[in-house]
Design a protein around this ligand. Structure first.
Ligand SMILES: NC(=O)c1ccc[n+]([C@@H]2O[C@H](COP(=O)([O-])OP(=O)(O)OC[C@H]3O[C@@H](n4cnc5c(N)ncnc54)[C@H](O)[C@@H]3O)[C@@H](O)[C@H]2O)c1
Length: 386
């Protein structure tokens, strides 16, 4: 075989290997086939091209993982958390870790269904663990450096907190403290924490504004959420961690917790069962559609203003309970049978958010009115049958 044909073979092999993007094998072949000056010159050009070809994707992937931010979402298998994770995965530049203990406050099967669509994402990791378990948390934080924590895990719900105040305290207060401590130790700079409209308690002033006093909670749940806010303030002040506390006002939409009125009533009415209505139906709530809440949470992750801030995230509209039931009836095209019950201890007569601060500092602008949101929820309920 002459030098010319060896040269041609060299080029063909090099081009084939180049195609396969196998850099080490390509180098061996190129070195092996240096036969004539002409081929060496050609090989040099190909080698250079090959190097650039191999280096670009490597650099891209290194650069990509440097640019990608790491976020911990506690309670990410729950209603609000799973929607937030949908959003973060869709954005594509987050490495998302979720910690959730999948407890049976409501069916763990629902929570597993909430995360089913996330598990296939390469930038998603799920850890089934309890935020009260300090050693599980320490393990997690030792392995991963988080840029931000969105803390949504909690025992939620006002009425059950009266029966199990200790459990609510340990989860919502001690659990929050555990996370703040690890944020301090590991230098996490942004901590977004779920609070609740219930912290306003029997506040007589309407609408509720972030400057109102929150010293009159009327349920253990509300007290734990207020305590969580105070801990956040303390850690911001002492340790330079930016904490953003979000007071959610009754959130609804697809995957809403089954214990909450909209979900519970929709299910019971659709099954022809009487719905328990506490009081005369005149209580009022500020209902917030999940997409609007997620906009607010997302903006809080980027919030870079003051070191500690509290925001109301509501719709700033109040709806009477009897009006809500009518909306559900119309959407289902069914009639509700009312089982009237006395007002429940712990329930507040009204929630009503002043959202001017969130509008100004988070660019928060809720757009889904209850008259549009309820039919959307009912549509989701019908398709999933949960
Ligand atoms: N949904 C609302 O209307 C509303 C209103 C005000 C405040 N909030 C707050 O928003 C947050 C999210 O609420 P949600 O409605 O999505 O509730 P959710 O119950 O659907 O989600 C909370 C998740 O936290 C998990 N969790 C609970 N205890 C845990 C523990 N010890 N360790 C690990 N994981 C644990 C649960 O398994 C659940 O998946 C909560 O902090 C809640 O108090 C919700």
């Amino acid at each position: 075989m002459g030098i010319q044909s060896l040269g041609r073979i060299s080029i063909i092999i090099t081009l084939n290997v180049l195609e396969a993007k196998d850099f080490p094998i390509g180098c061996v072949f190129v070195a092996f086939c240096r036969i004539s000056d002409r081929v060496v010159a050609l090989d040099a050009v190909l080698m250079l091209f090959f190097l650039v070809e191999s280096a670009v994707p490597a650099c891209r992937s290194i650069g990509y993982s440097i640019v990608m931010k790491s976020i911990l979402v506690t309670g990410g298998a729950g209603f609000i958390g799973s929607h937030l994770v949908d959003r973060l995965i869709a954005e594509g530049d987050w490495r998302v870790t979720v910690i959730d203990d999948l407890n049976d406050f409501y069916s763990p099967g629902i929570k597993r269904a909430n995360i089913a669509g996330h598990l296939g994402s390469k930038n998603y990791r799920f850890l089934e663990a309890d935020i009260r378990d300090v050693s599980a948390l320490a393990h997690l934080f030792a392995a991963t450096k988080f840029d931000c924590i969105v803390h949504l895990a909690a025992r939620a719900g006002v009425r059950p907190s009266l029966a199990e105040p200790r459990l609510y305290f340990e989860t919502n207060v001690t659990g929050t403290l555990n996370l703040l401590e690890l944020a301090r130790e590991r230098g996490v700079k942004q901590f977004v924490s779920a609070s609740s409209s219930s912290v306003y308690g029997i506040n007589g002033k309407l609408p509720f504004s972030e400057d109102d006093r929150i010293h009159q909670p009327i349920s253990p749940y509300a007290a734990t959420k207020a305590a969580g806010e105070l801990l956040c303030h303390t850690y911001s002040h002492l340790h330079d961690i930016r904490t953003v506390c979000l007071r959610f006002f009754t959130v609804y939409g697809a995957r809403q917790r089954p214990d909450l009125a909209i979900h519970k009533f929709t299910k019971m009415i659709s099954e022809g069962r009487p719905i328990p209505v506490f009081g005369d139906g005149s209580t009022r709530r500020d209902y917030t559609y999940i997409d609007d809440i997620i906009e607010g949470v997302r903006a809080s992750i980027d919030y870079d203003g003051s070191i500690h801030e509290v925001f109301n995230l509501g719709e700033s509209q109040t709806v009477e309970l009897r009006e809500l039931i009518e909306l559900i009836e119309r959407s289902l095209d069914m009639h509700a049978v009312i089982d009237r019950q006395p007002m429940q201890p712990g329930d507040v007569p009204i929630t009503f958010a002043d959202i001017s601060k969130a509008r100004e500092l988070l660019n928060y602008n809720p757009t889904t009115k209850i008259a549009d949101g309820i039919p959307k929820f009912v549509q989701w309920f019908r398709t999933t049958g949960i």
